[in-house]
Design a protein around this ligand. Sequence first.
Ligand code: ZN
Length: 228
Amino acid sequence: MIETLLRNNEEWAASKIAEDSDFFSRIAGQQSPEYLWIGCSDSRVPANEVLGLKPGDLFVHLNVANIACPSDTNFLAVLQYAVETLKVRHIIVCGHYGCGGVAAAVDDCRHGLVDHWLQPVRDAADEFADHLLRIRDEDRRLDALCEANVASQVCSVACNPIVQDAWRRHQSLTVHGWIYSLEDGLLHDLDCSISSFTGLSSAFPAKLSGQIGAPMKARNGGVRGTWP
Ligand SMILES: [Zn+2]
């Protein structure tokens, strides 16, 4: 029942005031989050909740398959405001295992407009094909593509002129790649963070290939396979 949602909201607001009488008046004035979260629209990944953060602590951009598309004006507006006005110190690109968007990108079926949106996931599949094609188990291979997609979007964010201009101004800003497990609620750092031009131009590509490849090979024994 939709009315339940409004009642839930009243109870939530009352509980926040009970904990901290100034809570809403304090955050109504301004926001100063340190983090920008770029995540999937999937309802099972509630960003503030899994991070243990309160309202006001996290600037959020969601879309299907957590894509940092450089031609998406919605994403660019969020990124520019977060970096240049809010001056967030960390951008977290977070994917999740079992992502339906990632699966749809490579299932060889027609889904409509989202097929156009998901092209960057197919680009990531091409970029990491050598590793992905060694994984025979289909679910494991899709999970590896979820990781590869995160790494690819981290690169996209780091290559964005808004981020690069921040680095030119010597603004402290790090882009992180994380992935969330629906099965246990835990976040995993894919260790592909980048915080400067140096990281982007030298260690970044090699580091990505190694980091994405190693854990998946360990889980799957390095078996060979192909995309469906
Ligand atoms: Zn998803």
